[in-house]
Design a protein around this ligand. Sequence first.
Ligand code: COA
Length: 154
Amino acid sequence: MRRNSEDGSFEVRRARLDEVGRLAEIESRSSARPWSRRLLEAELRNRHSTVLIADLEGFELAGFLVYWTVVDELHLLNLAVDLDFRRLGAATVLLDAMLSDGGSRKARSVLLEVRQDNLAAKSLYLSYGFRPVGIRPRYYPAEGKDAISMELSL
Ligand SMILES: CC(C)(COP(=O)(O)OP(=O)(O)OC[C@H]1O[C@@H](n2cnc3c(N)ncnc32)[C@H](O)[C@@H]1OP(=O)(O)O)[C@@H](O)C(=O)NCCC(=O)NCCS
């Protein structure tokens, strides 16, 4: 069922390994080439990786964000919000939490790739001040689509 802003506000916390099934479900509803359950589990076990989730009390978790910390850079690898919870600010609280963590780790920048025709995600990243820094041709080979590399200086 579609949620609305009356339902409350999201809390962000690190994902647990036993939540991998729900992450895989959200991912499969969000991407044409979803990450597999095995890949998600590998990220949950990877000490360089942080997997955050946005939780709305009383509901299934709404979305997740995966990033790596590489020296003084954060690499945003995945961000997905389940269809029923979109446009309620889940991605915003997840990005805010990542940036706050990056600030405390003294990170200098955040890097990501986004599909060129992904208007929702591009609009979200632009609103945070990410700027396009390059094109990666056919980064999504199955769809024959390019990616835009984006960077945010912290
Ligand atoms: C992109 C995505 C993560 C946004 O999640 P969300 O929780 O709905 O985003 P938020 O509610 O925090 O939106 C924040 C802002 O992003 C922008 N935005 C989000 N969805 C948008 C859309 N469909 N169209 C245009 N702008 C959009 C808006 O500026 C929005 O602010 P507003 O609602 O006040 O106008 C979600 O649509 C999604 O999971 N998409 C599929 C997976 C994906 O593309 N991931 C990104 C991979 S790089």
